[in-house]
Design a protein around this ligand. Structure first.
Ligand code: XIL
Length: 470
């Protein structure tokens, strides 16, 4: 090829286009491929129209090609799963789980304890009756999480429990759970969910957390609660920031970064769980290329933050196409997603791709011990637990759910066990540290900055994870 005449090269390109146009196009990676290489999950909801078989065929085709995490828009909420007392309906949730399995997509469960979309029988039968409500919530969580044990990777255990006051506190009105039980419903919900599936990630999820950490803000209040939960061994592993924002909200990506950093101090993952960036409703016809570029720029900044913060794991957009979005239906907003009404990718899609490509896999840390990160040059090693060379897989083995690690500076912290054998490898698989961790942490002071793979073993359990030493 080196000495090829330019005309010959041109003719060859034309020939290639003529014979295999689709395979040339197919060479462009999808979002999910780039996400997977980076040990991260990027996804969107399955709209209610999908569950009702009332959606265009393009929807599913794009959904499964582009994304590797999925959430049900409404079908795993309380009123959907337990419409009558102790009578559960898992049909739609099961449909999603089957779809996810067939397409190797991670499932987020949304949501267990929420003041909204609770079945009517809960308040009509039990409003204000603490013991009864505790029993109802416990039974609901046990049955739902138990049904999906091992299949739903992560639950929004509690959704939107903080109020919208200037000095944030618990939402104390219009919440059957808070009014009847008090704030202990949250702690209990996490404990019950953990008992029902000890391997599931468990999140507190809320909106307006992207408004910064000023004293009294919703985000600060949540960070304080997470601190308390961690101190009291309440099994929370993640926070979800919904991030339903508008095009004018230019400061929000940096606020999400600050929140990620605050939660990293506590060993908790931050996920973006319901992102949409809407324009005012009615503006749709007048939007210019510059407006869509601006929207793309905001999407991109969120993606940059997501890929740069080591404790962010999931980036979920609340809808795939502007043709089906709660923004138009309920929020007085419009055009907030990655694909337009005709399923054409918008500049926002391209911006996300640019961000992914500009954050090479080697620089992105995965917060999950259980993510299979297959090196793009060797996709055959998926079953290996040996991380002794760079093409291997990071894989959960043993008790990963009760056993975790995170790094701050040069200190490796271990939770879930007091002592463990620790091996650290560089990305070429060379051992750079071998030792024992006693009392929950170990100093890796002789290791220089960079990316490594840590394997920790305790009894018959082991956990392997990529870390960054900074
Ligand atoms: C929305 C759905 O998109 C709508 O179809 C439904 O009518 C109301 O709920 N925060 C949440 C989501 O946690 O469950 C909400 O989803 C959007 C706001």
């Amino acid at each position: 090829m080196r000495n090829m005449h330019p005309v010959t090269g041109f003719a060859l390109s034309i020939a290639l286009l003529g014979t295999s146009f689709t395979s040339v196009l197919a060479a462009e990676p999808t979002i999910r491929e780039l996400a997977k290489e980076r040990g991260r999950y990027i996804g969107t909801i399955l709209n209610s129209e999908w569950f009702n078989d009332d959606i265009e065929p393009e929807f599913e085709e794009i959904h499964k090609t582009q994304f590797n995490v999925v959430v049900a828009e409404n079908e795993m909420k309380f009123d959907a799963t337990e419409p009558s007392e102790n009578e559960f309906n898992f049909a739609k949730g099961d449909k999603m789980v089957e779809y996810a399995k067939a397409n190797k997509i991670r499932v987020r469960g949304h949501a267990l304890a929420w003041h909204s979309q609770v079945a009517g029988w809960v308040s009509s039968n039990y409003a204000g009756q603490k013991e009864k409500l505790l029993a109802v919530l416990k039974n609901h969580i046990e049955k739902v999480v138990g049904h999906y044990k091992g299949q739903v990777a992560e639950w929004d255990v509690v959704n939107e429990a903080v109020n919208d006051e200037y000095n944030a506190g618990w939402r104390s009105t219009n919440s059957v759970w808070y009014e009847g039980i008090g704030a202990e419903f949250l702690d209990s919900a996490f404990v019950w969910a953990h008992a029902a599936d000890p391997d599931a990630e468990l999140c507190y999820n809320d909106y307006s957390l992207e408004w910064g950490l000023r004293e009294g803000s919703k985000a600060s209040f949540v960070v304080e609660q997470v601190k308390r939960w961690k101190q009291n061994n309440i099994p929370i592993t993640c926070v979800g920031t919904q991030t339903h924002i508008e095009i004018a909200h230019e400061t929000t990506p940096q606020n999400v970064r600050a929140l990620a950093k605050a939660l990293n101090e506590l060993g908790v993952v931050l996920n973006i769980t319901e992102l949409d960036i809407g324009f005012p409703k009615g503006s749709a016809g007048q939007l210019t290329a510059a407006d869509y570029a601006k929207q793309g720029h905001l999407y991109r900044q969120f993606m940059d933050v997501f890929l740069e913060e080591p404790n962010m794991g999931e980036f979920v957009i609340w809808g795939l196409t502007d043709a089906h979005s709660w923004l138009d239906e309920q929020q007085g907003k419009t055009e907030g997603l990655l694909y337009d009404k005709q399923y054409k990718p918008k500049p926002a899609y391209d911006s996300i791709m640019v961000s992914l490509k500009e954050h090479p896999a080697a620089d992105v840390v995965s917060p999950y011990g259980d993510v299979e990160i297959v090196d793009p040059i060797d996709s055959t090693g998926t079953d290996s637990t040996d991380v002794g060379d760079t093409t291997q897989v990071l894989k959960r083995a043993g008790l990963a759910g009760s056993f975790s690690m995170h790094v701050s500076g040069h200190t490796l912290f271990i939770a879930g066990t007091q002592s463990a054998k620790v091996d650290v490898f560089d990305l070429q698989g060379r051992p750079v540290f071998r030792g024992k961790c006693e009392k929950g942490s170990v100093e890796l002071s002789d290791i220089s900055e960079g990316l490594y793979v840590v394997r920790m073993r305790s009894g018959s359990a082991s956990l392997t994870k990529r870390i960054a030493i900074k």
